[in-house]
Design a protein around this ligand. Structure first.
Ligand SMILES: [Zn+2]
Length: 412
């Protein structure tokens, strides 16, 4: 808590239930020059040029989605992050390997530098990134030809664009990698070590098996699609329990990331993991053009799911803000306190009776869900807009997982 500034703030958010690092507080939030200036009692709040009333709503740090695809125009998967941010409160978007060393500059120039939200690039170990994904006539993995895994090209990109690569990404499943894990994963490990950034590994259908993948991950690295249902890569073993190797990885500091996506989420895997005390560190969406129309729509869908699975509200918020920000070593993101970035989401939690479906067709009853009210990035309100571009793009092999463009919920 802070004393009011006599000079006032640019934007003040009044009367909300504020999610601070110390828990919930009925408070006002003031932002000046793009940074949080004040969090404290309404009566002590500084005067402001612009005010917003958050009565009846939660005021939380701008959401941090650790797994998204926003390289629109270069990969068929890409969506416009500002457009979804304006209706969801997600202010930090980690682009999880849509670009590779051969296409990285375009992500900086054409997306990151032109977006109002914060776009954080993780570089794919494939030179072409995810350009092959979403091809309509056949599936082609970006690393089925291991020649596309070129460590030297990654290191050269890091030299050409110093400090711009914030993580290394590999999709370690048969549809992406074929049987090239032994060639690709050591290079990915070396790239992350050379750059001093986290390694994010996607898991799915084997090969490679999860047990083959886990030794490549260290403290601060990320295992994404942690609750997927596919054979050979599931965190649940043949005995129906979380594999000991997964628990060992978590114990050494490997972070589990949800990366819901279309084909990568099983409620039952999550229920078993939560039952054994194995928690996802970050509630990311894996939002892209093939699920933005449903079943994902935004990261709020993933947060709704964890409320329904019994995760306490403060935990859901922490794993959507501070914890994913910590993967990025960004202490100024994901926290509502003086000095932090002026990124805020105003969200209401409202009753609902709708169902949510996972990749296996399992349906989960929701009793409450998040409803977006306002997005603020760097102290500026990001208002919803329509750029006329249709974001959703169907794929023949994804419709079977429920990527129909509509899940019956218009709020997300
Ligand atoms: Zn993804």
């Amino acid at each position: 808590m802070n004393t009011p500034e006599p000079t006032g703030v640019d934007l003040r958010i009044d009367n909300g239930r504020v999610f601070t690092p110390d828990g919930f507080a009925d408070a006002a939030v003031g932002i000046r020059d793009g940074r949080i200036e004040f969090v404290g009692a309404q009566a002590d709040a500084p005067r402001a040029r612009e005010t917003v009333d958050a009565e009846g709503a939660l005021v939380v740090p701008g959401l941090v989605d650790l797994h998204t695809h926003v390289y629109l125009g270069s990969a068929r998967l890409g969506i416009n992050p500002d457009k979804t941010a304006a209706r969801s409160g997600v202010t930090t978007w980690v682009d999880a390997g849509t670009s590779g060393a051969g296409t990285f500059e375009g992500l900086l120039m054409h997306v990151r530098d032109r977006s109002r939200v914060r776009v954080v690039p993780f570089l794919n170990m494939s030179f072409v990134g995810l350009a092959p994904a979403g091809m309509l006539t056949r599936e082609i993995g970006e690393l089925w030809d291991p020649a596309f895994a070129d460590l030297r090209a990654v290191l050269r990109a890091a030299e050409e664009f110093p400090d711009e690569i914030k993580g290394i990404k590999v999709r370690a499943s048969s549809n992406a990698l074929g049987d090239n894990a032994a060639i690709v994963l050591p290079q990915a490990r070396e790239a992350a070590d050379e750059l001093g950034v986290p390694l994010m590994i996607h898991i799915g259908m084997a090969p490679p098996t999860l047990v083959e993948i886990l030794p490549y991950l260290r403290a601060g690295d990320v295992l994404t699609h942690c609750f997927h249902p596919h054979a050979g890569g599931r965190i649940i073993g043949a005995d129906g329990r979380v594999r000991p190797e997964v628990k060992e990885a978590v114990a050494r500091g490997v972070r589990l990331d949800v990366g819901h996506g279309v084909a990568s989420m099983s409620h039952q895997v999550a229920i078993q993991a939560l039952d054994e005390g194995v928690q996802p560190d970050s509630l990311s969406s894996d939002i892209h053009a093939e699920n933005v129309g449903g079943p994902i729509k935004s990261m709020l869908t993933v947060m709704d799911m964890f409320l329904a699975l019994g995760m306490p509200l403060d935990d859901v918020l922490d794993r959507s803000t501070r914890r994913p920000a910590s993967v990025l070593s960004r202490a100024d993101l994901g926290r509502l306190e003086p000095g932090a970035a002026g990124d805020v989401a105003v969200l209401a939690v409202e009753a609902t009776d709708r169902w949510k479906q996972d990749s296996t067709g399992h349906r989960l009853q929701l009793t409450q869900h998040f409803v977006h009210r306002l997005t603020v990035v760097g102290g500026q309100v990001l208002a919803p807009f329509d750029d006329g571009r249709e974001e959703f793009r169907s794929s023949p092999w994804l419709t079977k997982f429920g990527a129909t463009g509509d899940d019956g919920d218009d709020n997300h």
